[in-house]
Write a protein that binds this ligand. Structure first.
Ligand SMILES: [Zn+2]
Length: 258
């Protein structure tokens, strides 16, 4: 499944100009391993694996996953597995990216428009108040199930730098979107082999930016990867001269530089 990232040009250029963060990559293959939902045990381990290789991980977390009334989502997003904002602040302070992945992981495209907007705002406000150093103009809102509507995308893009959503939302008015090799996910069972194939195919082409939308490790989350495989994959990737492994926000914040 291919996914797209849309980006708002105004916020971006303010970052490019204002903060001087726009420095293009010298590598031909930019790869983002993006981990969704907020599994406490997995995310700390993933952070360790990335740090062992001198890398920053990319995490997208559900804002209310740690609330006592948080309801499980499907068979995979279980309240007892979720971390809280102490965890997310700890990971962010270690240099990892933490981005919003909705208030409570409802399919927002199925909600009445005003209700969906309310849920998006609630999520973004919670991030603003609870994630240290959160800046809306640098944020990527990751739609649950990557499900959205054009109206919701337009609304969300007025609040954050970029959104991760489904291809169905592409239209001519979005002239400033950034689309590279896609944003792909797979599940529900272990996806070590799928990730390996994706990476292999990506390395065989000329280059670009590929996002693999992952979840947890081992027995956590939809479409998990095994710890041993992830550790080994990172170890191998850092030795490949043409590859850069970076979080989504980092890539986006520099991709529209002058
Ligand atoms: Zn999710």
């Amino acid at each position: 499944m291919n996914r797209r990232i849309f980006i708002k040009s105004t916020a971006l250029s303010s970052i490019a100009y204002g903060l001087g963060r726009s420095h293009p990559s010298t590598k031909s293959h930019i790869l983002t391993l993006s981990f969704d939902d907020g599994f406490k045990k997995s995310f700390y381990r993933i952070a360790d694996f990335f740090e062992e290789q001198g890398l920053s991980a990319c995490f997208n977390v559900i804002a209310s996953g740690h609330f006592p009334d948080f309801q499980k989502v499907g068979a995979w997003i279980l309240p007892e597995l979720m971390g809280n904002f102490e965890d997310w602040n700890a990971l962010k302070s270690r240099g990892h990216e933490v981005m919003p992945h909705s208030w409570k992981h409802l399919n927002l495209a199925d909600q009445p428009l005003e209700k969906a907007k309310e849920l998006i705002l609630k999520c973004l406000e919670y991030f603003q108040e609870n994630l240290v150093g959160y800046r809306a103009e640098e944020a990527v809102f990751n739609f649950p199930f990557n499900a959205s509507t054009p109206a919701l995308e337009e609304f969300t893009l007025s609040k954050v730098m970029a959104i991760r959503a489904s291809e169905i939302c592409d239209n001519d008015s979005r002239k400033n979107n950034v689309f590279r090799q896609g944003c792909r996910s797979h599940g529900p069972d272990n996806i070590d082999g799928w990730v390996e194939n994706q990476v292999e195919s990506f390395l065989a082409i000329e280059g670009g930016w590929l996002i693999l939308n992952l979840h947890g490790l081992d027995d956590e989350g939809w479409g998990p990867v095994s710890s041993a495989y992830m550790k080994d994959l990172l170890r191998r990737l850092v030795t490949i001269e043409s590859v850069e492994l970076v979080p989504t926000g980092v890539v986006l914040s520099r991709s529209s530089g002058p």
